[in-house]
Design a protein around this ligand. Structure first.
Ligand code: NAD
Length: 251
């Protein structure tokens, strides 16, 4: 019996990177997981029936609602929501135009709002229940050239605290994780686009106090900790998984 036996989770962005690692951890601990992602989820070989892959763009409320209905029809309940879907943006405030601001906020912030709105009534029915949102180290520490992305992740950490206050009485906890630079296909794409990928990788590693990228599984473990009913006294927090960017002076 795993610690999530009998529990049902929805993981947005679960087809890749941190989201995929989270799905695998939840399944290993006994959960059934509905993945809401633009991309198809490649089945876990040893647990093909534990995951249902739904083609969902988090900018599309109708697709979200249909996937929530299908999840309830299949498994009858939802106990855990992980809002992992997100995209990046580079640039100072001078460099991104209105359409880029709208595109990134629509996915990173409004995507979280839309999915939470659709799932929350069912979490309230299943209480104790939990939402884990995806912040970032940029939400709590100023990084150069990340104005729009930082604004989107700062909104997530503030929204998470506000929702935690609103729904404490409903038996639903809300927390966020704030990873440092994490080894995922996203970072792979970023490195592939760099003029000198090896040098760019050295630069990203040097930004981390422990001198390496964060593993996707380390972030997944933090998410699974927050999702566990045994963490029932942890509510409204942003859990940094960044080796201490926020908290250490390591020069
Ligand atoms: P990734 O690109 O490997 O995975 C992101 C997933 O989200 C993909 O499967 C993608 O298809 C999905 N997605 C993107 N837009 C979507 C949309 N509109 N609708 C549905 N699905 C969508 O990236 P990752 O590195 O695993 O990042 C996951 C989350 O972690 C993001 O929210 C990101 O902001 C956050 N994060 C990443 C890092 C990092 O360094 N990798 C650091 C801090 C926070």
């Amino acid at each position: 019996m795993g610690k999530f036996s009998g529990k049902v989770a929805v993981v947005t962005g679960g087809a890749s990177g941190i989201g995929r690692a989270t799905v695998e951890r939840l399944v290993d601990d006994g959960a059934f997981v509905a993945v809401f992602d633009r991309d198809e989820f490649t089945p876990i070989p040893h647990a093909p029936d534990a995951v249902a892959s739904h083609s969902v763009d988090v900018t599309d409320q109708a697709a979200i609602d249909a996937a929530v209905a299908a999840t309830l029809e299949r498994w009858g309940r939802i106990d855990i929501l992980v809002n992992g879907a997100g995209i990046g943006a580079a640039g100072t405030v001078l460099e991104n135009d209105d359409s880029e601001w709208q595109r990134v906020l629509d996915i990173n912030v409004m995507g979280t709002v839309r999915v939470t709105r659709a799932v929350l009534p069912h979490l309230i029915e299943s209480q104790p229940a939990v939402v884990v949102n995806m912040g970032s180290a940029v939400a709590v520490t100023g990084f150069p050239n990340r104005a729009l992305y930082s604004a989107s992740k700062g909104a997530i950490t503030s929204l998470t605290r506000a929702m935690a206050a609103d729904h404490l009485k409903d038996g639903v906890r809300f927390n966020s994780v704030c990873p440092g630079t994490t080894e995922t296909p996203w970072i792979g794409r970023l490195l592939a686009a760099a003029a000198d990928p090896a040098e760019e990788r050295r630069r990203l590693e040097a930004r981390q106090p422990h001198g390496r990228l964060v593993a996707a599984e380390e972030v997944a473990d933090a998410i699974v900790y927050l999702a566990n009913p045994l963490a029932g006294s942890t509510n409204g927090v942003s859990l940094s998984v960044d080796s201490g960017i926020q908290s250490l002076y390591s020069a």
